[in-house]
Design a binder for this molecule. Structure first.
Ligand SMILES: Nc1ncnc2c1ncn2[C@@H]1O[C@H](COP(=O)(O)OP(=O)(O)OP(=O)(O)O)[C@@H](O)[C@H]1O
Ligand SMILES: [Mg+2]
Length: 301
């Protein structure tokens, strides 16, 4: 992972996403806890370190974060006062298309970061704001897709303007909500609406990977999730898919579907998407629990 995320310093967009059924450990892998920092903290810290080690260059960093909840895009780093204004639910952000045709989010909060402590504060704020609720399959189920972004800007300190260079890139870290059988999760009402929005958007993401694999033109416009991820699945971007699975045989169907998703991502040709999917099943839960080294994270049911 160090090498992959380090390529942000030379101007490559990098995306790491966790995919798998509900309760399989995506959030555990991406967010972690105080003792076991997840991919988000480790990857961002690694980019900061790699950039600091690039002699002759000056870098600046900013973080932003959104969640896609019921096809609404919400700002997870908005100032607390704005978030609580009138006690109402936060308004969805508008998704625009920029000159290059990529999705751009209007009015998104960007927080400059310079240290690991700044990263921790931003991640903690996201965790306070994002939506979790309990289902039969997971007591802390993510009800939205969470996308954390680190914007990187660098300039070489060359003496003359003619020879100076600059790079910009984004590290995108995506904790997807899990695919969910509503019979098993037992959700109803708002939970049912959330589950169907989650399943629909994951289906559209699966179709995008399938089209990329078949070298067909994918339709990114089917969901907000795929529109947001488009810049990371095309061009010279580099993408790592971590597939998490539940060990129990009761979830075999979902496990097979998740591994097929990983397989499809792994088959994607570099010309269309520089994707490296890590989808190997590691039966050793101790190894798999280390989200930083294994592509697949297992947990005991
Ligand atoms: N490798 C692991 N080691 C220890 N605990 C784990 C591991 N993976 C997951 N867990 C625990 O299992 C529970 C479910 O994991 P988590 O919330 O990360 O799943 P998820 O895939 O994000 O599910 P959802 O799609 O519903 O959000 C959590 O309590 C989490 O702490
Ligand atoms: Mg989760």
């Amino acid at each position: 992972m160090t090498e992959l995320v380090g390529s942000c310093c030379s101007g490559h967009n990098v995306c790491i996403m966790a995919y798998g059924q509900t309760g399989s450990g995506k959030t555990h892998t991406m967010v972690g806890d105080q003792l076991n920092p997840g991919v988000n903290r480790l990857a961002i810290a690694s980019v900061l370190r790699a950039c600091r080690g690039r002699s002759g260059w000056q870098f600046s960093f900013a973080m932003c974060a959104v969640e896609v909840y019921n096809e609404d895009i919400r700002d997870l780093l908005r100032p607390p006062r704005a978030a609580n204004a009138g006690g109402t639910a936060p308004k969805g952000l508008k998704l625009m298309t920029d000159v290059s045709g990529a999705a751009a989010i209007q009015g998104l909060t960007e927080i400059p970061v310079t240290s690991e402590a700044d990263i921790d504060r931003c991640i903690a704020r996201c965790e306070r704001t994002r939506i979790y609720s309990a289902t039969r399959l997971n007591g802390v189920s993510s009800r939205s897709h969470v996308i954390v972004m680190l914007r990187v800007s660098g300039e070489s300190g060359a003496a003359s303007e003619l020879t100076s260079q600059s790079v910009t890139s984004t590290l995108t870290l995506c904790d997807l909500a899990g695919s969910e059988s509503v019979q098993k999760s037992g959700v109803c009402g708002a939970g049912l609406r959330e589950a169907s929005a989650i399943n629909r958007s994951l289906l559209s993401l699966g179709k995008v990977f399938e089209d990329l694999r078949k070298r067909q033109r994918p339709c990114f416009r089917e969901s907000k999730l795929t529109r947001l991820l488009q810049p990371h699945l095309t061009g010279s971007s580099r993408c790592l898919v971590i597939v998490t699975v539940r060990e129990s045989v009761n979830h075999l169907d979902e496990t097979i579907r998740s591994l097929m998703f990983g397989h499809s991502a792994m088959q994607t040709q570099p010309a269309d998407c520089a994707a490296a999917a890590a989808a190997a099943v590691d039966a050793d839960a101790a190894t798999a629990a280390s989200a930083t080294t294994a592509g697949t994270s297992l947990r005991h049911d």
